[in-house]
Write a protein that binds this ligand. Sequence first.
Ligand code: HXC
Length: 526
Amino acid sequence: MKKGILNLKSNFMSLRSNVLDLRKRKREVQKGGGDKAIEKQAKMGKLTARERILALLDKNSFHEYDLFVEHSAKDFGMESKILHGDGVIIGTGTIYNKPICIFAQDFTVAGGSLGMMHARKITKIMDHALKMRVPLIGINDSGGARIQEGVNSLAGYGEIFFRNTLASGVIPQISVILGPCAGGAVYSPALTDFVFVVENISKMFITGPSVIKSVLGEEITMEELGGARVHAELTGNAHFFSTSELECFEQIKKLISYIPRNNGTKALPFPPKPPKKGKKIEDIVPGDPRIPYDVRDIIKSVTDSSEFFEIMESFAPNIVIGFGRMEGDTVGFVANQPMVLAGVLDTDSSDKAGRFIRYCDAFNIPIVTLEDLPGYLPGVDQEHAGVIRHGAKILYAYSEATVPKVTVILRKAYGGGYIAMNSRHLRADFVFAWPTAEIAVMGPEGAANIVFRKEISEAENPEEVRQEKIQEYKKKFANPYVAAAQGYIDEVIEPKETRGRILHAMKVSENKSIALPRKKHGIPPF
Ligand code: HXC
């Protein structure tokens, strides 16, 4: 009896010492690169990888894997180096109770550089995310390929890019750039769905300032070359911009609330709410088609609680994209912005809208299109920048999309713009037009100048004749009724009916089912 008790006691003691040993080991590894490196990270205004994960995920939801993984490099003195966790933390957790997989590169450990084991940890969590069909979030803060590990680092990146591509359109992939993301490393974020950047912290470029200086003799700072603003405003590589890491995490959480966890399901509905009482929808659009207005006010007048989560706000602002909810369900909005370049389509706005349409289509999110544009942007710059192939992307994306698609023509719908903005001909399910809609090959002024050129130039009073012809053309075409007579639009509606008609259209389309021709995949314009 006494012996039994002694055995139990010694078992307990041994387990206890093992547990204490485990805790000690964990504490050691969790220190990452150590106090000095952590201090340096803080001085740069950056959280550590672990702090980032804990700030982003639901409290107590994070579970870490591969904590004890070590690097296997042997060259350049690496054999004696200890790199805790090999510079990356991986695990699972929840955001608003929705499961996610996550990795965060730890800059305090060898600059978050990517060696073979570091890459293996990332690919392990990517495989997990794809298998479990849950979103993947990657926090990038790294000096790129670990120079001492040579081709093994390059192989690691290749394995990541392959998985990014495999997972594309199956699970949401979110990249958060919270430090350097240099060289080929930038191609993983570029292959994912949404890229988040933070002012003064994010830096993304293929070749850094020193290489640019030595090869081209050009001097530029890291911030000017690949800082957050550059990617949010100029290059279009970033979808969300914020001024602090914590603000960035709030944006990520919001995004997660709008999107489904994979392509086999829909976004979880929220409790339905009416739009806020504000400016009446019929008072937003000026009667004079030359006067601009903010199309986001129209979106907010139809969404629940008048909320709109805009994506790529500062890039190609002549088109507006983002998510809202209608009767609790997520809807993707694509809208021309008359406040910027009269809402024309150009290379950047076509890229921006085309990709968003494909995202919504891949993840079962219905699309509402609000149209008011004079067409594609003319000019040598645009032609030489490839507006033909860029502009084709939006046509391709709408034509290919099989989710419910509703269009509301608010004002101008001219030329290629009329066709491109989810027209009946690209298989919109419902097309509504306000009585202010003008659907024609081009604007009345341009049309009159071309069609009646001879009559105008030969007239005694050319300007008077020109104005007459403009009025004649306006009367004939600058309205929605010619298109309505052809059945190209389904109904001319009053502005105040807009939310109700969209909601009804969505309800009717709930079980929409159409089959596209069988193919391996299409070849979208690039
Ligand atoms: C190994 C690296 C590293 C790397 C940084 N470190 N980058 N170690 N391989 N790629 C280490 C540093 O030696 C240092 O180690 C620690 O990380 C912190 O780096 P610092 O230079 O002290 O930090 P900082 O001054 O903040 O500068 C950060 C940096 C700089 C701008 C990222 O480190 C840098 O320029 N790194 C190299 C970037 C690069 O050229 N990467 C390769 C890109 S090519 P100690 O021990 O001193 O703390 C590439 C190819 C991929 O990625 C291709 C895929 C297709």
